[in-house]
Design a protein around this ligand. Structure first.
Ligand code: ADP
Ligand code: ZN
Length: 634
């Protein structure tokens, strides 16, 4: 759905704290150097035994010394006993040197007693060397540590489980404006005020108005909610923070909450700005038990509510959130002063789809024969993301075919790829199967073509698609429709069962190929009975309630068992009637059915015009016997 979200990754300038990094690296370096020093001293000292001064004096008096080294702070000496041992086991002794002692006299005295005396030379530059060594060591270590801490994701080693690892993306400038968002005029209008406010908060505070803190963008996936939020940031020319609700949700209790805190802290630093929370339902789910709450999610949500209440909107932070399931959001989120504005982002209508196609073909070289309007007509129900995808597929196809421009065929084929799955060339059907598929599809097409209220057929094909369909009949509405009458729905039902009817009329068999048709017909019939009030028995009663209006729109039955049984019975009766009607229609027009099926078999794909070329002459002959006009007899 979302081809654009990834490019946020190209901008990893996500509020890293270089200063924090510096101090962490410094600290680690100092600790390491101290450690190295200690270890070094330990190793050096392990060759010596520390003794007390008496031990030295005793050894001296007893003539036990063989060798003595007088250093500035200590005397290191070797006894005869030790010197007799094998070299590996030998250990020298050392003891402190009393301050003020005359070391030169001591040296002379020892020499006279036959002891080898050593007086190490302190090089002039040895202090300098030592300091230099430390500096170089420090430099190298520090460089290494800085690199390492940067690798760890900007939080240092310490922070790797902690606060800011959530994928907060900040874009200084989104570069997207309302021009890039096709259609959605109502949503744009509602967002205009927010832009104005980001431009000039003063104007609002002067008059004493409370500034809006947030708005909720509601709509199906791919309708352009993220795009709109980015466009708001682009129009207002402010930075754009985005995070997905699911990024807050973590295994560790408290992590989500600290991420929320972190996000708002970062935003406050660069205000005015937009914070965009995608899929807010992941954190904002209602806390009551119906949808199964958990502590972590509740904590995160509480933190979010706190932050939204807490920030000073006069600074110019606006929080936008997107969801396709507004009904499960916690009521607290929707209270005044929080996400109290709801902006609906609808599926585009014909004009909207045309505009979307225009936006996405702006940078694409189009051939002369391209007719975007036709494409827009064919793509009823598609969302912006589908259309963007479609255009891109078309461009890829043009490249594959070695062409310089994208033509209408590319667009139409890509439409089939995106909507119906790619054409599957290598499914081999037997001749009998092919005949059956052809009759099945012509069954649909013929019922549609002979009926008054049907949408015109635009294409029939028996080329199998990867989606599993062995063929399909495409109908294209002449204009956008928002209302459907009972007759139109009945026609649709008859068209849907027309495939199976043809199988039975021609071959006297039933095939599995009709499974999808039957499912769709059943769903439609159920809606007519249980939702649209088109049932004879139930009248205006609607026993079904729709859930998730912005997703698939599943309805569940909300009635007594008796009513449910009645609904099922009515659905069955309705489908049977339609099926009988379709069979009758096809039996009456058997010659036409054979003729078109044969033609389809030879061509594999035929257009709506080719189909009508068969039907019109036939209709003129049978003027006196029009297709059965069924009244609303459900
Ligand atoms: P959502 O957030 O609603 O799931 P997105 O905003 O991520 O949808 O949309 C995905 C892509 O679809 C966008 O990047 C854009 O290319 C395309 N798109 C969606 N709606 C529109 C529109 N109204 N105009 C132009 N492009 C659109
Ligand atoms: Zn079918």
């Amino acid at each position: 759905m979302d081809s654009n979200r990834n490019d946020q990754n190209k901008n990893p300038n996500n509020g890293k704290k270089p200063k924090g990094n510096f101090f962490v690296a410094l600290l680690i370096t100092v600790v390491l150097i101290l450690l190295i020093n200690t270890v070094f001293n330990f190793v050096r000292n392990s060759q010596y035994n520390q003794t007390n001064l008496s031990h030295f004096l005793d050894a001296k008096e007893n003539g036990q010394l063989t060798e003595v080294e007088i250093r500035f702070d200590r005397i290191v000496y070797m006894t005869k006993e030790e010197a007799a041992k094998p070299a590996a086991e030998q250990k020298a002794f050392y003891t402190g040197l009393p301050s003020g002692s005359d070391t030169y006299a001591l040296a002379v005295e020892l020499r006279d007693a036959g002891v080898t005396v050593n007086w190490p030379i302190v090089e002039d530059n040895s202090v300098v060397t030592m300091i230099l060594t430390y500096v170089i060591m420090f430099g190298l270590l520090f460089a290494g540590m800085s690199l390492l801490t940067r690798r760890m994701g900007g939080d240092g080693i310490m922070g790797s489980i902690g606060a800011s690892k959530a994928k907060v993306y900040m874009e200084k400038q989104t570069g997207i404006t309302f021009k890039d968002v096709a259609g959605q005029d109502e949503a744009k209008e509602s967002l205009q005020e927010i832009i104005d406010f980001l431009h000039n908060p003063q104007k609002y505070t002067d008059i004493g108005a409370k500034l809006p803190k947030g708005a909720l963008l509601v709509g199906s996936p791919g309708t352009g909610k993220t795009l709109l939020a980015k466009a708001v940031a682009g129009e207002a020319n402010v930075p754009f923070f985005s995070i997905s609700g699911s990024d807050f949700v973590e295994m560790f209790v408290g992590v989500g909450a600290s991420r929320v805190r972190n996000l708002f802290q970062q935003a406050a630093k660069v205000a005015p700005c937009i914070i965009f929370i995608d899929e807010i339902d992941a954190v904002g789910r209602s806390r009551d038990a119906r949808y199964g709450g958990n502590t972590e999610q509740e904590q995160t949500l509480n933190q979010l509510l706190g932050e939204i209440d807490g920030f000073d909107s006069s600074k110019g932070i606006v929080c936008l959130a997107a969801t396709n399931r507004p009904e499960i959001l916690d009521k607290a989120l929707l209270r005044p002063g929080r996400f109290d504005r709801r902006i609906v982002v609808d599926r585009p209508n014909l004009q909207g789809r045309l505009d979307t196609l225009k936006v996405h073909t702006r940078k694409i070289k189009l051939a002369e024969d391209v007719d975007l309007k036709k494409l827009a007509q064919a793509t009823a129900g598609a969302v912006g993301a589908d259309l963007a995808n479609l255009v891109n597929e078309a461009a890829l196809r043009a490249v594959r075919h070695g062409r310089q421009t994208v033509n209408q065929e590319d667009l139409l084929v890509s439409f089939e790829t995106v909507i119906a799955g790619t054409e599957k060339k290598n499914t081999v059907l037997t001749d009998t199967e092919k005949r059956m598929v052809a009759y099945h599809e012509v069954g649909h097409a013929l019922v549609a073509a002979l009926e008054k209220h049907a949408q015109p057929v635009s294409k029939i094909t028996i080329v199998p698609h990867t989606s599993g369909a062995l063929g399909y009949t495409m109908q294209m509405p002449e204009e956008e429709k928002y209302l459907q009458t009972t007759q139109e729905l009945l026609t649709e039902l008859r068209t849907l069962v027309g495939g199976r009817a043809a199988e039975e009329v021609v071959f006297g068999v039933k095939t599995t190929g009709a499974a999808n048709d039957i499912q769709r017909a059943t769903a439609l019939a159920r809606n007519m009975i249980a939702q649209y009030g088109m049932s004879k028995e139930l009248g205006l009663m609607a026993p079904a309630t729709v859930q998730h209006q912005y997703l698939e729109g599943n309805a569940y039955l909300d009635c007594s068992q008796d009513t449910a049984a009645l609904v099922d019975k009515e659905i069955q009766a309705l489908l049977n009637t339609c099926y009988e009607d379709a069979k009758k229609l096809l039996t009456d027009n058997r010659a036409l059915l054979d003729e078109i099926a044969l033609y389809l078999l030879s061509k594999e794909t035929i257009t709506g015009d080719e189909l009508m070329a068969f039907i019109r002459p036939a209709e003129e002959q049978t003027q006196e016997a029009p297709a059965p006009e069924t009244e609303e007899q459900i």
